[in-house]
Design a protein around this ligand. Structure first.
Ligand code: PSV
Ligand code: MN
Ligand code: MN
Length: 388
């Protein structure tokens, strides 16, 4: 039997981090369709993130991407965020948008370029010291396009050296999240292509190094919930970058392409009692909104994760474990599917009403007049990163 009160408490305590770059204009390499009212400054991105939190109640932190969100005074930016009702979360590094990085950043054959890239990672920790952030997120576009272009093994040595220097600079309450990605922009070999590579580097470095799973960064058919279960068992799952993919790194709204997969992932989280923020997993979004309005799309993503989580919490684990132990394949599958097929929207509406929120955050946002206000006030919105 499921304890509904406990389910509601778990949903009320859930936390999801929004990415500053999702609020800005973005597109594909073919075209960026600009939207009206998008933020022009890091402060305006934070203000939009605060609106998402105001309507959902579960998104109290916003991740920054440096240098896209570069400011002179990060302590002041942090104070501004607090005044808006949110806090600055993970600091994302960017060693992929400089001409120097054509042959790689921390794995580049040129020691001077490796130095420059590593210095950027260290600078990001200086920023964390000012914002009070716990998490440094590392993603490297490093890789090679042609067999023989560079030495695969030497590149791992260079990667380790940069990660070690970064790790050693982390403060007591800081850690890094090491992201992997199957391919792109490198096509022949990527230096951190999969969870195993990330995991091995993290194990070598120590407990402040953890893996970040970006749900869009896998080959079609990859069983992501297996990776989740494995990393949880090893105590090495630090964070998610949630988004949806149909093909590759599509960065669509979380839960849009495959809500069943999201449910299966969240079931493994619930199964490991790892949902509560005290466990330490950072549940982030990493997505862009190219053709749809950004703030309601981010709200929708948050709701999709909440729905997948609610269904995962509703799994009758006693019945499931019993069926599994008895080898009752059909019953075990039925128990899981019963939870997945439950309409959890009324339950979530109750959780929101209990928290003094509108039960329908997207509708409430649309009725709030905020979109009209930013369209009127913000002229000349910036692109999220690319070309900013
Ligand atoms: C790379 O594809 C990635 O997923 C990394 O997390 C980056 O920081 C982010 O997207 C934005 O480019
Ligand atoms: Mn990502
Ligand atoms: Mn990505």
């Amino acid at each position: 039997m499921t304890d509904l009160a406990a389910v509601k408490r778990a949903l009320a305590a859930q936390r999801i981090e929004t990415p500053s770059w999702a609020f800005g204009n973005s597109g594909t390499r073919f075209k960026v369709f600009p939207q009206q009212g998008v933020p022009r400054t890091p402060e305006e991105k934070i203000a939009d993130a605060a609106v998402v939190h105001r309507f959902t109640g579960v998104a109290p932190t916003v991740a920054l991407h440096i240098p896209w969100d570069k400011v002179d005074d990060y302590a002041a930016l942090s104070a501004y965020a607090k005044s808006e009702g949110v806090e600055i979360g993970a600091i994302n590094t960017n060693v992929f948008q400089d001409n120097d990085y054509k042959l790689g950043s921390v794995t580049n054959p040129d020691a001077g370029i490796r130095r420059k890239a590593t210095d950027h990672l260290l600078e990001a920790i200086d920023i964390m010291d000012q914002t009070g952030s716990r998490d440094l997120k590392l993603w490297f576009s490093d890789g090679i396009n042609y067999p023989g272009q560079d030495d695969l093994r030497l590149r791992q040595d260079r990667l380790h050296a940069a990660l070690k220097e970064t790790y050693d600079r982390l403060g007591d309450n800081q850690r890094f999240l090491l992201e992997y990605k199957l391919f792109e922009p490198a096509f022949y070999a990527t230096d951190i292509p999969d969870w195993g590579t990330s995991y091995a580097h993290c194990v070598e470095l120590g407990e402040k190094a953890t893996v970040c799973i970006d749900t869009g960064h896998h080959a079609p058919g990859t069983n992501i919930e297996f990776i989740v279960a494995f990393l949880l068992r090893q105590g090495k799952l630090g964070a998610f970058d949630f988004n949806s993919r149909f093909y590759a790194d599509d960065d669509l709204m979380a839960g849009a392409a495959d809500p069943f997969q999201l449910f299966r992932i969240m079931y493994e989280i619930v199964r490991a009692d790892a949902l509560d923020p005290s466990y330490g997993i950072n549940f982030m979004l990493d997505q862009c909104h190219n053709i749809e309005a950004k703030i309601p799309a981010i709200i929708r993503s948050v709701l999709n994760i909440q729905e997948a989580t609610a269904k995962a919490l509703l799994v009758d684990r006693d019945a499931l474990f019993k069926a599994q132990a008895e080898g009752d394949v059909l019953e075990a599958n039925a128990v899981l599917m019963d939870a997945y097929n439950t309409d959890v929207r009324p339950l979530l509406a109750e959780v929101r009403a209990d928290a003094g929120l509108d039960p329908d955050p997207v509708r409430a946002y649309k009725a709030s007049g905020y979109q009209e206000k930013i369209v009127a006030e913000r002229v000349g919105g910036r692109q999220a990163g690319w070309g900013a």
